[in-house]
Design a protein. Structure first.
Length: 96
């Protein structure tokens, strides 16, 4: 498995869901990140085209978001790690 500064490029994720928001994050990333030398945080915001009433993405939005996330992760895999995604208020914030 490829790594970025000693952090595996893929790992186990957990999901915390609320009524109008959710957080998907890499499990056990914090102890690895502390010694990785990765010091910058970049947030990429994806705005949903047709969010549901509570602000979460629709099925069509999820399909587009999944494609976008996959393309973005592949594009930056040699310089960044996707650590967590916060979804709500009609957008998804991908935190690298």
């Amino acid at each position: 498995m490829p790594t970025m500064n000693g952090i595996p490029s893929d790992g186990e994720w957990f999901l915390a869901e609320g009524r109008s928001s959710m957080i998907r994050a890499r499990r056990n990333l914090l102890p690895l990140a502390a010694h990785s030398g990765l010091t910058e945080r970049v947030v990429v915001t994806w705005r949903c085209r047709a969010p549901l009433e509570l602000g979460l993405p629709s099925e069509a939005d999820y399909a587009e978001l999944a494609q976008f996330e996959e393309l973005l992760v592949r594009s930056v895999q040699h310089g960044a790690i996707l650590a967590f995604v916060i979804t709500g208020d009609g957008c998804a914030n991908l935190n690298f």
